[in-house]
Design a protein around this ligand. Structure first.
Ligand code: SF4
Length: 87
């Protein structure tokens, strides 16, 4: 087997190995930008107190947001312009 073919196969293996990571951790950059999302609270407004937040496994884990489809990296301490108090 020549060198370039071996390298190509190696690269393929790396690409396949990265798929699960991409499937489980994702950011919805379009919605984050549109809603001016940031990883810090806006005064006392933070994702953990927002009706759109989808909590992670524990109260401090990253979670999701109903307004950011596919996003799995929303921090409970984040905030954005769509914040709405949890009922
Ligand atoms: S709408 Fe904004 S503040 Fe509310 S959970 Fe989603 S990202 Fe956080």
């Amino acid at each position: 087997m020549n060198e370039s073919r071996r390298n190509l196969l190696k690269l393929g293996g790396i690409a396949v190995a990265m798929i699960p990571v991409a499937a489980f951790a994702a950011k919805n950059d379009a919605m984050r930008t549109a809603m001016k999302y940031k990883d810090t609270p806006d005064g006392d407004k933070k994702c953990s107190g927002c009706m759109h937040f989808v909590p992670g496994k524990s109260p401090t884990d990253l979670g999701g947001c109903k307004l950011f489809p596919g996003d799995t990296e929303v921090t409970p301490n984040g905030s954005c312009t769509a914040w709405a108090k949890k009922p």
